[in-house]
Design a protein. Structure first.
Length: 347
C-alpha cells in the first residue's frame, strides 16, 4: 500500500510499504476513505519538534473495516468507522474517567503500540488499529459522502475545540474569547455556540476564517493582536473581560493574549501542544484558572457524532482544500504557508 512518510524537515514522500495485517486478536484493519493534515503535523515538518526520520505520519482518519481480530466485538468488516487521534482500550481507569489520551495501554498513530508493533500513520491507504474495540467509533446511521468531512473533523479538531470549551467551563449565558483561527480555534467557536455561550469573540486576522467563525457562531471578530487586541476585546466586554477564554494556538504570544482578556475569576481552556511559560503569579493574583491539555477526543465522540448525524453541527467546513493522497506533499505546503485552514486527503 501507499503511506506518507516524513523524510526530513519539510520532506514529505508517498512510499510503498507493507500492507497492514492483524497481529493481535484485538486488532482491526481499516481501509481509509479520508484522512487529513493537522496543524500539529507541522511541528515535525517544520523542524520544531524532535523527530527521527523517516517516520509514518498522520493521525486522523475515517474508513471502512476490512478485517478484525478474533476478540473484536464492537465493529465488523464493512462498518464505517471514525478513528480518534489516540489509541485507547476504553477499559482502564483513565479511560473510565474520560481521559482516554492517558490510557494505560494507549499509543499513537505512526508509532509502535505498547507491544512494539507499528500502528500505521493515518495518511495512508490502510491502517492497522490496535485495541479496536476501545479506539474505533462505528457510524451506525447511514452517512453519505457529503458527511465525510464532518465525520473526519470529529477525529481531532472538533473534539479538541470542544475540549477547550469544556475545560474553560463554557455554559449557557457566558462570554467567550477564542484565541486562534486555525481549524481547532474555529471548532472551539462552534463548540462554544453549541454549549450555549451568549457571546463568542473570535480573534482572527484572515477574511475567510473570519467568515467561517461567524458562520460557526462568533458574535464578534477582533483582528488586532497583542495590547491592541486585548484593548479591543476589553472594549467589547465593558472592561470586564471574558468568563471563558479558549487558547487554541500554543505559542507564548497567544497564551499571553488569553491571559490579558480573561476576567478575574475566569477560566482559560488550553489545548494542543503548548510552547509557552505559565505566569503563575499573575494568574493567581487575579484568581484566573487554567485547565486543558491533550483532548480526550474518544470520550467526546459519541455525543458529537450524534449532533453531526442530526445536522446540528457541520465541523467539516474547516476543510477548505481537498487533494488526492498522491498530492499529500502539496497539502503540507498549503498548510505550512497558511493557504489552507485544513487539507482533506482522499486515497
Amino acid at each position: 500500500m501507499r503511506a506518507t512518510m516524513l523524510t526530513s524537515v519539510r520532506g514529505i514522500e508517498l512510499r510503498q510499504v507493507a500492507d497492514p495485517v492483524i497481529h493481535f486478536p484485538t486488532d482491526a484493519v481499516v481501509t481509509v476513505t479520508a484522512s487529513c493534515v493537522c496543524g500539529s503535523d507541522l511541528h515535525g515538518y517544520r523542524g520544531h519538534a524532535a523527530t527521527v526520520f523517516p517516520r509514518r505520519i498522520g493521525h486522523e482518519f475515517v474508513g471502512v473495516v476490512s478485517e478484525t481480530g478474533s476478540e473484536v466485538t464492537t465493529v465488523a468488516a464493512g462498518d464505517l468507522v471514525i478513528a480518534p487521534f489516540a489509541i485507547s482500550d476504553g477499559t482502564c481507569a483513565h479511560c473510565r474517567n474520560g481521559v482516554t489520551t492517558s490510557c494505560a495501554q494507549g499509543s499513537f498513530w505512526g508509532a509502535p503500540d505498547r507491544r512494539g508493533v507499528l500502528a500505521d500513520g493515518a495518511q495512508a491507504e490502510q491502517v492497522r488499529v490496535p485495541l479496536a474495540d476501545g479506539t474505533l467509533v462505528r457510524v451506525a446511521a447511514p452517512a453519505d459522502d457529503q458527511l465525510t468531512p464532518d465525520l473526519l473533523a470529529l477525529s481531532d479538531v472538533m473534539g479538541t475545540g470542544h475540549h477547550a470549551a469544556v475545560s474553560a467551563g463554557v455554559k449557557p449565558g457566558c462570554t467567550v474569547v477564542v484565541v486562534g483561527d486555525g481549524a481547532v480555534g474555529l471548532c472551539a467557536v462552534l463548540a462554544s455556540a453549541r454549549l450555549g455561550a451568549d457571546r463568542v469573540i473570535a480573534m482572527s486576522r484572515h477574511g475567510s476564517r473570519q467568515e467561517l467563525a461567524a458562520e460557526f457562531g462568533a458574535t464578534d471578530i477582533v483582528a488586532e493582536r497583542g495590547p491592541d487586541g486585548a484593548m479591543r476585546v476589553m472594549d467589547l466586554l465593558a472592561g470586564v473581560g471574558a468568563d471563558c477564554v479558549l487558547e487554541c494556538v500554543g505559542t507564548q504570544d497567544s497564551f499571553d493574549q488569553a491571559v490579558a482578556v480573561t476576567r478575574p475569576g475566569g477560566m482559560i481552556g488550553c489545548v494542543g501542544a503548548p510552547f509557552y511559560d505559565i505566569p503563575a503569579a499573575r494568574l493567581a493574583g487575579r484568581n484566573v484558572g487554567l485547565r486543558g491539555g491533550v483532548a480526550p477526543v474518544r470520550a467526546y465522540l459519541p455525543a458529537l457524532l450524534a449532533d453531526v448525524l442530526a445536522g446540528v453541527i457541520r465541523p467539516g467546513k474547516v476543510f477548505d482544500l481537498e487533494l488526492p493522497l498522491a498530492d499529500v506533499a502539496a497539502g503540507y505546503r498549503a498548510m505550512d504557508e497558511r493557504r489552507a485552514i485544513k487539507v482533506l486527503l482522499r486515497p
